[in-house]
Design a protein around this ligand. Structure first.
Ligand SMILES: *Cc1c(COP(=O)(O)O)cnc(C)c1O
Length: 248
């Protein structure tokens, strides 16, 4: 098709319904998995709903999207409570944002997975609070692979050194690693970062075979296809599904 026939809006996806945007992202997830010789069913798409209203979540849930991600504890709890009061059942909530350790109690709740355990101190508090509540927190360790100062997370060396202690924490069930690639850059430039996270997980599998190392959470709107090619089992996609955010 020649270019003159393509829609002339800034973002052609703007005209589509939420369910149609979700279907487009699902198709891109499946294609990326197939390119890498992987089964698309190995990749969980987390729809990042931060700042977006509950109605959009309900609409996506009706279209079959069950995994949602939020980065602020207060907003997460509000939405969990709305889901329950509105009778939207079966959603799996992912906490993906930075948690201040003084708020660790709020992170113990009906959540499928916490992606962002970024310090030893936070891990310790989560474990303590979960154990006190008779629960276990299922979590990933956030790793700062790129070494950017602005990024949260353990360095790869810190993770390896701290794992014996982390694995001994009674209220914490670790399931893998998460990382954030540099924002606003070309998708391909994230590839070496995603690859390093996968290699780190492989090293951890060998050195700590007693652990449950099933997940690599990496890839967002800009770069989720590259992340899948590099082994992501969870991608966290907001903008491509929900449209642009005002803030957050
Ligand atoms: C906001 C956010 C995302 C989603 O970002 P998009 O670029 O909108 O897809 C993914 N992961 C984390 C940790 C986020 O805070």
């Amino acid at each position: 098709m020649s270019e003159q026939f393509l829609p002339q809006t800034q973002d052609p996806d703007d005209e589509l319904s939420l369910a149609a945007r979700l279907a487009l992202v699902q198709a891109r997830v499946a294609q990326a998995a197939q390119r890498a010789g992987r089964d698309p069913a190995e990749v969980t798409l987390v729809a990042v709903s931060k700042t977006k209203p509950f109605g959009m979540i309900a609409e996506l849930a009706a279209a079959g999207q069950m995994d949602f991600g939020e980065n602020r504890l207060e907003e997460l709890w509000e939405k969990v409570e709305l889901t329950e009061s509105q009778g939207v059942a079966g959603l799996r909530w992912h906490l993906i944002g930075t948690i201040q350790s003084r708020k660790s109690k709020l992170a113990v709740g009906p959540f499928a997975l916490i992606h962002s355990v970024d310090t030893h101190k936070l891990a310790e508090r989560l474990s303590r609070d979960a154990a006190a509540a008779g629960q276990t927190v299922t979590a990933l360790l956030e790793v700062n692979v790129s070494g950017e100062e602005s990024k949260h997370g353990f360095t790869p060396d810190e993770v390896l050194a701290d794992l014996p202690a982390l694995l001994a924490m009674p209220g914490l069930h670790l399931q893998g690693l998460m990382t954030m690639a540099p924002l606003e850059s070309a998708a391909e430039s994230a590839r070496p970062i995603f690859r390093r996270l996968r290699l780190l997980l492989e090293e951890i599998r060998q050195r700590f075979p007693q652990g449950d190392w099933r997940h690599l959470s990496m890839g967002m709107t800009n770069d989720f296809e590259v992340a899948i090619e590099e082994g992501a089992t969870i991608v966290r996609v907001g903008t491509a599904i929900f449209g642009k955010r005002e803030m957050g």
